[in-house]
Structures are given as structure tokens and as C-alpha cells.
Design a protein. Structure first.
Length: 196
């Protein structure tokens, strides 16, 4: 038989659940860096795309031109170009590009593509993921529309920041920094309107 204390405990639990749900719903949008609007996790639509920090930069060319020979990055970039409002969740480590990739080792959770020749690549990629998020003022799990995210990148990541803070650990940085500026320009322009 329920005592008055049991009933009171149950009511408090129900009230706590209600308040928690209400606060999640009212917090559907939160302020992100520079006033860009992050989309709270509770409000994430199901089409959210998960991208690791350094892949935000690897995707620039495909976003700008619509072309990529990479089997898993290309389709993700096409999806973003077709719907620039799609929410992107930023992460450190495996994302929607690595997970289906033939080079991804699920058991060891690392990329095997250049493992023998460049054993430091995985560690350096994780460093670049973390650097990218730090420079953007974001945390792993933060979500923002693709168009806003790339506008934020353009504001926050100059060529110097790209080379000296984001991709500083990557062995390809000297090559990539030469084309960074036109590629971020083209990506932001491409995301200003949907492309089929
Ligand atoms: S598994 Fe390696 S090659 Fe494949 S997308 Fe990830 S980092 Fe690139």
C-alpha cells in the first residue's frame, strides 16, 4: 500500500521529469560563438550529419565544386550542398565519412590508409579535430546548420589560423594552405543556396 510519503516522492519525480523535458524543449536553440545559433541536441532533426573537425576542412573543395573522387566524403558533401540548412554535429574521431570508409578499422577505431608509411597520421588527425573545434569555439556534440558553420569557419579561420592552429600537425598543411582561401570562399558561396 502506498504511503503519503511514497505518493509525494512519485509526484516530485514526475515534476522533475516534466521540468527537465520543458527545459530541453525551450532550450532548442543556444547561442554559439559570434552569435551563430547552435541547435540543441534535443531539437536535432534526424538528418543530422556527423563531421569530425578536420573533415570540415577536407570537404571544402567538394563543397565548392560539387566534385570529389573520395567514395564517402563526396556523397556527404553532395548532401550538404543539396541542403545547406542540414544540421552538422561536430565531433572528434569517427564521423559519417570515416564510418562507411573502406579504410576505417572499426575494432581499432582508426584509419588504416597510410598507417604503415605514416603511423602518426591518426594521432595527428585527432589533434586537428580538436584544434578545429577549439578555434571555432565549439565543443564535441555541438550542432549548427551547414551554411552557418561554414560562415563561422570563414570568419574564424584565416589562412594563418588554418596553417598555424588548425592543421598545424598535418603533414599536408603546406600544400593545403596554398588553396585554403579560395576554397573557403567557394564553399560559403555554394552553401548560400541549395545545389542539386
Ligand atoms: S577512414 Fe581514413 S581515408 Fe577513410 S575517411 Fe576516415 S580518415 Fe579518410
Amino acid at each position: 500500500m502506498n504511503t503519503a510519503n511514497d505518493r509525494s516522492t512519485k509526484l516530485s519525480a514526475t515534476r522533475r521529469d516534466f521540468l527537465r523535458t520543458a527545459s530541453m524543449l525551450t532550450g532548442a536553440a543556444a547561442l554559439c560563438p559570434l552569435g551563430f545559433r547552435c541547435i540543441a541536441r534535443a531539437a536535432e532533426p534526424s538528418q543530422t550529419i556527423v563531421i569530425r573537425g578536420h573533415h570540415l576542412f577536407d570537404m571544402l573543395d567538394a563543397l565548392g565544386t560539387g566534385k570529389s573522387s573520395h567514395k564517402t566524403l563526396g556523397p556527404v558533401a553532395q548532401k550538404v550542398r543539396a541542403n545547406p540548412k542540414v544540421p552538422i554535429k561536430v565531433v572528434v574521431g569517427v564521423d559519417d565519412i570515416c564510418a562507411p570508409c573502406e579504410w576505417w578499422d572499426r575494432a581499432k577505431t582508426h584509419c588504416t590508409k597510410s598507417l604503415k608509411t605514416y603511423p602518426q597520421d591518426n594521432e595527428n588527425s585527432m589533434t586537428s579535430d580538436k584544434n578545429a573545434l577549439r578555434v571555432l569555439g565549439m565543443k564535441a556534440g555541438d550542432t549548427m546548420s551547414a551554411a552557418d558553420l561554414y560562415r563561422l569557419i570563414k570568419v574564424k579561420v584565416t589562412k594563418k589560423v588554418f596553417a598555424e592552429e588548425v592543421c598545424v600537425a598535418c603533414r599536408l598543411v603546406n600544400r593545403c594552405k596554398k588553396t585554403y582561401e579560395p576554397r573557403i570562399e567557394a564553399a560559403v558561396k555554394a552553401l548560400a543556396e541549395p545545389h542539386s
